[in-house]
Design a protein around this ligand. Structure first.
Ligand code: SF4
Length: 437
């Protein structure tokens, strides 16, 4: 039977109490010696997706606790990651090492004598092209060289709900940093994302000996970036990433994660682990006593989050809608929606294979009096291709925006395009960078 351990972090939460909780969960599973051998190289893979503090990213103190215990077992921990912040056209435009520095991981690693090795440095992603036998979607990919070189991998994600991750982002989604961000990471970001994650899991499954989930400050709502913090003060550990994710999902309200959470369901059905909670023994804290129903992530655009926004979809993927929302959240952080209201305009997103975009250009002209129409994604652009030349080159240029991509990832540029088209003040790309408070 698969086993997952849950331990509680005593309050007030501090480094020592986190260490104790991580140790308790691992000891309940048999101790670190069960999972690593002396002399082995062990990749510790946190979620440092961006320079934002927990719950966007893994608490550095959890990574520290795992690193120390790996060292105590005689193995060699290496902290490795490839942050999404490095893709400048998407988010902050900084390298993973900068993100690690901002999060305090570099200082922590120096203090405890542990190596840090970002998957990419100076804009170069160190990867190897590999075939993935048995893969369903990702049959071949550029994979970071470090995870392929080490003996063991320990995912250390933070527990969050996710608009794209199929319900939650945890151990399986943590592996999305392994494909080269400039080539394979962003491909198949549509519905195939879940299967792609499972294909990556397939590649490294044998190396994953232990998973440690930071559920101290978790995230509910529109994760993985824009949700709300929830203090659960828990550590969840297991030797099977599928089981560990399943119990983590159950803790936040998914009763049947092997049906309800995309990547868990696929991994379970493809035999890469156990996702059915009835087949998992939970040690330590009683899952029924610690679980809490989280607000789930949603790809729908709702007020009061976003006023004066209309999404007109026709056969659109969930992912395109998620990236509309990422773009809107980027605008929200700048006070854009107050200015939009003052202007008396609305944003109309047209998305999907068959969006209800008017075929009559007079109707489009009329619409632009009160709204900024945005044709979002390759499908929608293809659907309006007869009007494409008029929209992009003619009198409506700048009054109707075209945002290509599948899905369109360039949130910062897309947000800038919207601001500029409306003639608003916020034009600096700097406005979209995360500034620590
Ligand atoms: S562009 Fe089309 S296929 Fe691509 S994510 Fe959007 S709706 Fe889906």
């Amino acid at each position: 039977m698969a086993r997952v351990a849950i331990s509680r972090v005593a309050t007030p939460v501090d480094e020592e109490r986190i260490y104790d909780a991580v140790k308790k969960a691992i000891d309940d599973l048999g101790g670190m010696e069960e999972f690593v051998e002396p002399g082995e190289k062990v990749l510790l893979k946190p979620n440092f997706v961006s320079p934002r503090p927990p719950p966007v990213t893994t608490d550095v103190r959890v990574v520290r606790a795992v690193a120390l215990q790996v060292k105590e077992a005689g193995a060699k921990p290496i902290i490795g990651e490839s942050s999404s912040a490095m893709t400048h056209w998407w988010r902050e435009g900084m390298e993973t090492r900068d993100v690690m520095e901002m999060l305090g991981a570099v200082d922590m690693a120096r203090e405890i004598g542990v190596e840090i090795e970002p998957f990419e440095e100076d804009g170069v992603f160190k990867s190897v092209r590999v075939k993935i036998p048995g893969a369903v979607v990702l049959k071949e990919a550029e994979i970071a060289e470090l995870p392929l070189r080490v003996d063991k991998i320990v995912p250390i994600p933070v527990l969050k709900t996710s608009m794209e991750g199929g319900g939650i982002t945890c151990c399986i989604k943590d592996l999305h940093a392994l494909p080269n961000t400039f080539t394979d990471r962003l491909r198949w970001h549509r519905s195939e994302l879940w299967q792609k994650l499972v294909d990556i899991l397939r590649l490294v499954r044998e190396k994953i000996s232990l998973c440690v989930v930071d559920a101290i400050r978790a995230m509910e709502g529109d994760g993985p970036i824009h949700g709300n913090p929830v203090d659960l003060n828990l550590i969840i550990a297991g030797d099977d990433p599928v089981s560990t994710d399943a119990i983590a999902a159950k803790v936040v309200g998914f009763e049947y994660p092997h049906y309800e959470v995309g990547p868990i369901a696929l991994a379970h059905s493809q035999g890469l682990g156990v996702g059915d909670p009835s087949m998992i023994e939970v040690l330590g804290e009683d899952v029924e006593k610690v679980k809490r129903r989280f607000l789930m992530a949603s790809c729908e655009i709702v007020t009061p989050h976003f006023e004066n926004v209309l999404v007109c979809e026709g056969a659109a993927c969930r992912t395109c809608k998620a990236w509309i929302k990422f773009t809107l959240y980027m605008l929200k952080d700048t006070g854009f929606f107050e200015q939009l209201k003052e202007l008396g305009k609305t944003l109309h997103f047209y998305v999907g294979l068959d969006p209800p975009f008017p075929s009559d250009l007079d109707e489009v002209r009329e619409m632009t009096e009160e709204a900024l129409p945005i044709i979002f994604g390759d499908c929608a652009i293809s659907a309006v291709k007869n009007s494409y030349w008029v929209l992009s080159q003619g009198e409506l240029r700048g009054k109707v925006l075209l945002m290509p991509g599948c899905p369109p990832f360039a949130c910062a540029q897309q947000a800038s395009q919207i601001i500029e088209a409306l003639g608003l003040e916020i034009t600096e790309r700097e406005a979209f960078k995360y500034v620590p408070t």
